[in-house]
Design a binder for this molecule. Structure first.
Ligand SMILES: *[C@@H]1O[C@H](CO)[C@@H](O)[C@H](O)[C@H]1NC(C)=O
Ligand SMILES: *[C@@H]1O[C@H](CO)[C@@H](O)[C@H](O)[C@H]1NC(C)=O
Length: 480
């Protein structure tokens, strides 16, 4: 009897342990040991469904919630995973700014009341928020290229200005920074203990929300935030193409893509009816409402849990919101199929990918400067880069989205370097067009740097179906 009871107890205990270890692994509380060699990271990937890359449409509300990216603690992340004989050489991070106030207002309605001052004991919280506010309020000295000097270092209006970063946006990037610090600084010792300004490369567009997002991320990331070691360069173009922005073919692709969007919209009678309804509620012509890009403002209401605007004629409601959001999802689907956006993206993303690859090559040659790069940017920056890399299934960049390029060196063969690409913490390396076939043909567990280099320096133009093998020729081809 006693023996049998003990046996049952052991059985129960074993079951409990199995369950615990499974759930702990699921939440990444215990690191999944990296495969030694041969075993591909693909087999690891199959254990879990992959929410970033999984096609299929779970619905407009689900999509909208992912877009908001409301800060919470349980984030899964695959950054910094590699077989143990690989050494991390450099990391480049391309971010979208965090949660912001709308860029447009819906005419004749009250704009959402959101407080853009930072208050440490107001939600959403972050343990470093208070120190961030105090550090930023002391001013920066000369850490920025003109005209960035004229921008405020943190959001500070009791009623947000148009496009201003919110406290949510700051917290999202403090969280990104802290996560990357735990992995890259603490675990992989990417920065030497006596690191200096040379080890960082920082670039941002000239909007306060991108500069402030970059500062929040760095504040979470750096072991010590010393203004003397910070220098942000200014990027005038949202495509990060300064110096090589002139590209007639890219503009032609964009025009055709916009025409495709227009035709799709005309076909959607439910969408037309919804805009008509909303225009009646707000009491303006439908064309004027459409021009005010109401979804941007409605998303702000949605992400901040503020009810949609009302007038004496009625209220804009969740039904309207769902129809417009659903149309966006369908638009993205057709965009992938028609490939016009791909043409635009290959040309639009080349300059920043070229820059990224050049920086990797220098690091692979052993240079120790610029081992951490941060590009603080917009959805219109990330979206073409994702598309150009062949990540067409990737979701539209949410607030505070991050795309990361890691460079690794094989300690057993020091001349060999590999890249990993991560989007919002998910390893998408083997979904890219330059490494998706790698697994099937190679015993190596990592994607070779050369694959990315050849793609950016040449193959991405071949993918345009022309005869060009470089950016300047490709930009001046005729549309086929
Ligand atoms: C949203 O607001 C309503 C009341 O306006 C509240 O009952 C609800 O809990 C809020 N939801 C969240 C997620 O904060
Ligand atoms: C790409 O990088 C090379 C340096 O390797 C540079 O000479 C060239 O101008 C860059 N091209 C573009 C379009 O940025």
């Amino acid at each position: 009897m006693l023996f049998r009871n003990r046996f049952l107890l052991l059985l129960a205990l074993a079951a409990l342990l199995a369950f615990l270890s499974l759930s702990l692994q699921f939440f990444h509380l215990i690191p999944v040991s990296a495969p030694k060699n041969g075993a591909s990271s693909k087999s690891r990937k199959r254990i879990m469904p992959d929410p970033v890359m999984e096609p299929g449409v779970p619905g407009p509300i689900h999509e909208a919630l992912l877009y908001c990216n409301i800060p919470n603690v349980a984030e899964r992340s695959m950054e910094g995973h590699a077989p143990h004989h690989f050494k991390l050489i450099s990391v480049q991070v391309l971010i979208r700014h965090g949660d912001r106030y709308p860029l447009y207002t819906i005419p004749k309605t009250k704009r959402p009341e959101i407080d853009c001052t930072l208050v440490a004991n107001r939600k959403p919280y972050h343990p470093k928020l208070e120190a961030f506010i105090s550090h930023m309020s002391k001013g920066s000295g000369t850490s920025f290229e003109s005209p960035l000097n004229s921008l405020p270092l943190y959001p500070n209006h009791p009623l947000c200005e148009m496009g201003e970063l919110t406290q949510t946006g700051v917290v999202q990037h403090l969280q990104n920074g802290q996560l990357l610090r735990d992995i890259y600084v603490k675990k992989h010792k990417l920065l030497p203990t006596d690191w200096s300004a040379d080890q960082l490369y920082l670039e941002t567009t000239g909007k306060s929300r991108t500069l402030q997002s970059g500062l929040a991320l760095l504040y979470g990331f750096l072991p010590d935030f010393d203004w003397k070691k910070i220098y942000f360069r200014h990027q005038p173009s949202a495509l990060f193409c300064s110096g090589s922005c002139y590209c007639p073919l890219r503009n032609q692709y964009l025009k055709k893509e916009q025409h495709r969007q227009y035709l799709l919209r005309l076909k959607n009678s439910q969408l037309e009816k919804t805009y008509g309804d909303m225009a009646r509620i707000v009491d303006i012509p439908t064309t004027q409402l459409r021009a005010a890009n109401p979804i941007d403002s409605l998303l702000c209401h949605f992400c901040h849990n503020i009810s949609f605007p009302c007038t004496k004629n009625g209220c804009i409601d969740m039904g309207h919101f769902k129809v417009i959001k659903m149309h966006q999802i369908e638009d993205e689907k057709e965009r992938r199929e028609m490939k016009l956006y791909l043409g635009y993206s290959l040309l639009g993303a080349h300059p920043i990918l070229n820059q990224t690859v050049n920086r990797m090559q220098r690091a692979a040659e052993g240079r120790k400067d610029e081992i951490f790069a941060l590009y603080s940017a917009h959805d219109v920056t990330l979206s073409p880069v994702l598309s150009a890399l062949g990540l067409s299934e990737a979701r539209f960049p949410r607030f505070a989205a991050r795309l990361i390029f890691e460079l690794w060196q094989d300690r057993e063969k020091p001349s060999e370097h590999s890249v990993r690409i991560l989007y919002n913490g998910v390893d998408v390396t083997f979904h890219t067009s330059f490494c998706q076939d790698h697994h099937r043909h190679s015993p190596k567990p990592m994607c070779p740097l050369e694959n990315l280099v050849h793609f950016v320096k040449r193959d991405m133009f071949v993918a345009l179906d022309g005869s060009s093998t470089n950016y300047y020729d490709a930009c001046h081809m005729e549309v086929v």
